[in-house]
Design a protein around this ligand. Structure first.
Ligand code: MN
Length: 733
């Protein structure tokens, strides 16, 4: 692959004609015409017509001897992203396979590598492979990147660096994995030129100076070897092996070696006709020159994980210097240079001139090639890494910071949350996928960006999560949580507390702990079962009083109505006299009457300064409501009204519960800011509950302790000042 030459459509047709049938040639010509038409009027940063880029990409793929669909995919790889053409158009104009390849390349183009962590690179590469589904998508993407690297000089320096870095971290290793060393080397060398131009040009300079000396020595060695091989009649191509810039650079940096130590090491490559000849040549070399101990490697018997095969040895050469030797067959050489692509071409080549193979058949073929390698550990690893593509049993998703997390296919946001951190899992209340709220059992897709919504006031995992979670890791962490929370104990404790609270209201728990009633509580506080609710009370995630107020509101309302009809003020007085010992701490008095049992209604929670009225109840004295409380607006109720007023006392020692509901645009840190505001106002908080819906609307319910109305007003005003808060309302139950 010549670097600077521009390949033309005519070159491609000529190259492809050597291994593709006429029908295929017409197909790729049509793909070219289509792409040229679609990109008409578009230009690259260099000022050239855009079509030059897809043609170069298709050219690279043709050099790799890829099939007609892949070459067509090369021509068409940018049309969906950059022109009006749709996938459907491609499917109609060509076939679903081409459309699938272009779709794959387009999707890969959208993954942005932004992680700073080196460890993340491997996950990114896996994500690429997983998303590509078909290995040919990766090959097109590699060709695309190769041409983009060749023309990188037209971009601004900042972009040059970013793209070069991504190339080194993601694309060059992918090319290596697939064994396509020609692409790997060029990607690495070009990336180095932009990332470390100083070192790059220094090495270029040093190589230039040494070239002549080196070449003449190699020539000597080659002549000597040729003579020896001729004697035993082994046909071989012997050449000096080029050293690549980036690998020299890496050895200088990583192994802290001098340029001369690396570059002076001479290397030759011998290509023969058969495996038998490989070992024969090795024998001759070891007989003539003394092998260096520990340097012989048989990658023919034990291929490398990218299917690379060769014999390697280092001997003391004719001039007394070490000489590196690689021996391989022609086929092994093709695979060393073109990797997977060579396999594709080889196995396909014999049949391409016959009928067309289906995609499924190609995949099977591909698996066979891989499975054929299973006796080597390395090969096994390689298969493992490609299984991701072929059997797609993993899913790769992003954290908001751009790190890639690997999870089994079918995982849900909870699995992700627990994979990040146990505490995050335990505090999860929702998940945003690609910026949108999704349910906790949403099935994750490759490339999703996941933001877990957590709350410090969450009640912790629910029992259902164990069933929902897909990973054993998440399941066991949730189980651990419950163990730690001593759930059973808490359920018992919670139930006792709730029962006690209900009985205090003279109500039989059995009457209110019924499914309809409970469901309202579950919906309101996000419980999934009675046990969840009791457990939450048990470990004090929520107070029994709050639950019981809700549980009993209906029954209290109807009791009150019944009783009120029979009640007179006299009865109230009698009632109170029996309870003389009860302290009056409501801060409210009934005009002209002393020692009356007065309670503040829990539905509207009046505070000093509110306009209030008394409401006569049987056996419970006077209940004080806010004048505008909807619960006392009926005509019946009006007959039971009693004038009451706030006592003219310092209210600073008294505290009143007030329920507030804050609605806001849901964003990170919102809940904390609300709680902060309350604390700032030196106000006590007794309960918090927060949730958010799919429209990013957050509803936060808080119960605070208030001295009087002006205190309340100040707190409300303060909360309203928080960015993104829509409303603050006092709630009435
Ligand atoms: Mn492109």
């Amino acid at each position: 692959m010549a670097k600077e030459e521009i390949i033309t459509i005519e070159d491609i047709i000529q190259l492809a004609s050597k291994y593709l049938i006429t029908e295929d040639i017409a197909f790729i010509q049509r793909a070219y015409d289509f792409a040229k038409d679609a990109h008409n009027g578009q230009f690259r940063k260099s000022g050239e017509p855009y079509i030059i880029h897809p043609v170069q990409v298709a050219g690279i793929l043709t050099n790799l001897k890829m099939d007609a669909e892949t070459i067509a995919g090369g021509f068409l790889h940018d049309v969906v992203e950059d022109t009006e053409v749709t996938l459907k158009n491609l499917e109609e104009a060509f076939n679903p396979e081409v459309a699938m390849l272009v779709d794959g390349v387009t999707k890969l183009g959208k993954i942005k590598y932004k992680s700073k962590e080196v460890l993340q690179a491997e996950n990114h590469r896996k994500m690429f492979v997983a998303m590509a589904k078909d290995i040919r998508v990766i090959l097109i993407k590699l060709a695309d990147r190769l041409h983009n690297m060749r023309t990188l000089k037209h971009l601004p320096p900042e972009k040059q660096r970013r793209i070069s870095n991504e190339t080194l971290e993601i694309f060059a290793p992918l090319a290596h994995r697939l064994g396509i060393s020609t692409i790997k080397w060029e990607l690495e060398d070009t990336a180095l030129r932009y990332l470390n131009p100083q070192q790059y040009y220094r090495i270029v300079q040093l190589m230039k100076q040494k070239r002549e000396e080196r070449e003449s020595y190699i020539k000597e060695v080659v002549e000597e070897l040729n003579k020896q091989l001729d004697e035993v009649k082994i046909g071989a191509e012997i050449s000096g092996r080029p050293k690549h810039l980036y690998s020299i650079y890496q050895k200088m940096v990583k192994q802290n070696k001098q340029f001369n130590e690396i570059y002076d090491l001479l290397a030759i490559r011998i290509i023969v006709h058969s495996i038998k000849d490989c070992y024969a040549v090795l024998g001759i070399i070891h007989t003539n020159w003394k092998p260096m101990p520990g340097r012989f490697k048989d990658y023919i018997a034990m291929p490398k994980q990218n299917l690379y095969q060769s014999l390697h040895t280092t001997v003391i050469g004719p001039k007394g210097d070490p000489l590196e030797v690689q021996i391989r067959t022609k086929e092994m050489h093709e695979i060393a240079e073109y990797g997977i692509a060579a396999h594709w071409a080889y196995k396909e080549g014999k049949q391409v001139k016959g009928r067309k193979k289906s995609f499924e058949e190609k995949l099977t073929l591909f698996r066979e090639i891989l499975e054929w390698q299973t006796d080597s550990h390395d090969a096994e690893e390689f298969i493992e890494s490609l299984k991701v593509d072929l059997f797609s049993d993993m899913v790769y998703v992003f954290t908001p910071k751009g790190d890639v997390i690997e999870l089994p296919a079918g995982s849900i946001p909870l699995d992700f949350a627990y994979k990040i951190h146990t505490e995050i899992g335990n505090k999860t209340i929702g998940a945003k996928i690609n910026g949108k709220m999704e349910p906790l059992d949403y099935t994750l897709k490759n490339g999703d960006i996941i933001e877990v919504v957590t709350s410090n006031h969450s009640y912790g995992p629910s029992q259902d999560w164990i069933k929902m979670a897909q990973t054993t890791q998440a399941k066991s962490k949730i189980k651990q949580y419950f163990k730690k929370q001593r759930r059973e104990e808490n359920i018992v404790k919670g139930k006792e507390a709730v029962d006690k609270e209900i009985r205090a209201l003279n109500i039989d728990p059995k009457e209110v702990l019924v499914s309809d009633n409970l469901q309202r509580i579950f919906d309101r506080f996000n419980f999934t079962s009675e046990e969840d609710m009791f457990a939450a009370v048990g470990y004090q995630g929520i107070t029994a009083a709050l639950i019981v107020t809700r549980l009993t509101d209906k029954i209290r309302e109807s009791q009150q109505k019944e009783q009120d009809l029979e009640t007179t003020i006299e009865e109230v007085k009698t009632d109170v006299s029996q309870k003389q010992s009860q302290k009056r701490d409501s801060g409210v008095q009934v005009k002209g009457v002393d020692n009356l049992l007065i309670r503040l209604a829990k539905c509207c929670n009046p505070v000093p300064g509110d306009e209030i009225l008394g409401y006569i109840t049987k056996g419970r004295g006077v209940s004080v409501h806010r004048a505008d409380c909807p619960n006392v607006q009926t005509d019946e109720a009006k007959e039971r009204f009693l004038q009451v007023e706030w006592e003219n006392v310092q209210t600073d020692n008294l505290q009143y519960h007030v329920d507030l509901e804050v609605t806001a645009y849901d964003r990170r840190g919102l809940l904390n800011e609300v709680l902060q505001a309350v604390t700032e106002m030196k106000t006590n908080l007794t309960h918090v509950n927060g949730k958010s819906d799919r429209n990013k609307m957050a509803i936060i319910q808080i119960t605070i302790l208030i001295h009087n109305k002006s205190h309340l007003r100040k707190v409300v005003e303060r909360i309203k000042q928080i960015k993104d808060v829509y409303t603050v309302t006092r709630t009435v139950h």
